[in-house]
Design a protein around this ligand. Structure first.
Ligand SMILES: *Cc1c(COP(=O)(O)O)cnc(C)c1O
Length: 454
């Protein structure tokens, strides 16, 4: 059995990893998985309360997906999609995504990640603007606290303070209000009133910048890495007419919500969005292969193709986009979610998940328990009435994740929140197991924090 790595002395540069925790305990080295559980090299078992990074939704040992991958590797282990050549699986998957899109759709473009897919959308919007004689139309609107990726452009679209570390955002990106009612709502303001204020803020921003300078608006149906923030009541109903009136395309970043997380096929369906462009990634291959997909409405398709005609080609693409193995895995994932009853299973078990989650709102440290479908978050507070967070240096959500880990549960600390997004295949018994570990964890951390405060 390999010894645990101490003091982060390995050669590995860990992305988004809490350095003090890493220095103290070293990385958790995952060896294998079974169902919704993963096992580290010491043989410890963890319930994966976050589906890896929101993506491993069909289990860590799904035999049908492994078989689909094996078969695809045996047939055509690699090909690209440039110069009019493509593997059949790419065509099949594109058609399937067009057929199941939350809006009328005509074309799908394949990338290797959510970031690349969102980045590709920006290039499409700029390509259209240039070709349509509107080179000034470059500004992309996004929301504070949103998450759209980590490339230079998509980090800019991500409304998080850590972008300043890189001197971002890019000048072409502008922000509108974070639609988190609990945090941003005024005293006594209803969700509907708050949504109207978000729409007014958007309208004001468009007027200030000039409608003819804006290329598109990005939104996750439910903010994921922002801490699982479902939109307030009436939010998309309030903002969509504003966008439509100004001819601004709506990009639904469905990287987390797509394919069932919210209890419907798409977050757009759950929240009444009619996007012009949909971006999918994480769930599309259940984490078994890197993939991003951009689904285009007929109007956007026509505009992108008209713009491309100037150059006799769509001048963009990735070497491994539409990889035949990834496409075969995605087809098998969609088979399981759609025909295999996984979407129905999510709808059957998510009421229990939400009931157990929302019951935690009574815990003395929980300011808000929010979620939809099989995603949720607990907002950890020091003081419930004032919503005051604990001092940052106490790392309370990190502590919760650390204690949960010791008890065999992986949950994710996200700012002052703790986030849950279990695999779609979780059973009711496993949901009970998840919450009993989490409740015990919260009580233990609460006791230790009370000592710190005393
Ligand atoms: C994870 C995520 C991305 C970025 O995807 P990567 O594959 O990490 O590049 C984009 N948008 C949303 C909503 C995400 O959750």
């Amino acid at each position: 059995m390999p010894a645990p790595i101490k003091n982060n002395v390995s050669a590995f540069l860990h992305p988004f990893s809490h350095m003090p925790t890493l220095a103290e305990s070293g990385p958790v080295v995952i060896d294998h998985g079974r169902g919704i559980y993963v096992f580290d090299e010491q043989g410890r078992k963890y319930l994966e309360g976050n589906s890896g990074l929101w993506n491993v939704v069909l289990g860590f040992d799904n035999p049908a997906l492994v078989a689909a991958a094996r078969e695809a590797y045996a047939k055509l282990p690699a090909y690209h999609a440039f110069f009019g050549r493509v593997a059949r699986a790419g065509l099949d998957l594109a058609q399937r995504l067009v057929d199941m899109a939350p809006m009328p759709a005509d074309r799908v473009f394949f990338a290797n990640s959510g970031s690349e897919a969102n980045d590709s959308v920006v290039k499409m919007l700029w390509l259209m603007a240039e070709a349509e004689g509107q080179p000034q139309r470059k500004t992309i609107l996004t929301r504070w606290n949103s998450y759209h990726g980590t490339t230079v452009m998509t980090a800019s679209l991500t409304g998080k303070a850590y972008n300043q570390a890189f001197g971002l955002p890019l000048a072409q990106v502008k922000y509108v209000m974070n639609p988190h009612h609990w945090r941003e709502g005024r005293p006594g303001e209803s969700e509907l009133e708050f949504s109207a204020r978000c729409a007014a803020d958007l309208e004001a921003r468009i007027t200030e910048l000039g409608a003819d300078t804006i290329a598109g608006f990005f939104a996750e149906p439910v903010m994921g890495a922002g801490g699982v923030v479902p939109p307030p009541e009436g939010y998309f109903q309030a903002i969509q007419p504003v966008l439509r009136r100004h001819g601004i395309p709506l990009v639904a970043d469905e990287v987390i919500c797509g394919f069932g997380r919210t209890g419907e096929r798409w977050g757009s369906i759950t929240y009444g969005m009619t996007p012009d462009i949909v971006v999918a990634s994480k769930v599309i291959t259940a984490g078994f292969f890197p993939m991003g997909a951009v689904i285009l409405s007929p109007e956007i398709t026509a505009r992108v193709e008209a713009a491309s005609a100037k150059y006799d080609e769509f001048p963009h693409g990735f070497t491994t986009g539409a990889h035949p193995v990834g496409c075969a895995i995605a087809m098998a994932v969609l088979d399981q979610i759609e025909q295999g009853g996984i979407l129905k299973h999510i709808q059957a078990v998510s009421p229990l998940f939400q009931r157990r989650l929302k019951a935690l709102a009574d815990h003395p440290m929980v300011g808000e328990a929010r979620g939809i479908g099989l995603m949720g978050a607990l907002e950890i507070v020091a003081d419930k009435p004032t919503k005051q967070a604990f001092p940052g240096q106490w790392d309370v959500s990190e502590k919760i994740a650390g204690v949960a880990l010791k008890h065999g549960l992986i949950v994710r600390p996200l700012g002052s929140a703790v986030v849950l997004a279990p695999p779609f295949i979780i059973t009711e018994a496993e949901i009970d197991e998840l919450f009993s570990i989490l409740e015990r964890t919260l009580d233990e951390v609460h006791a230790s924090v009370m000592k710190l405060a005393a």
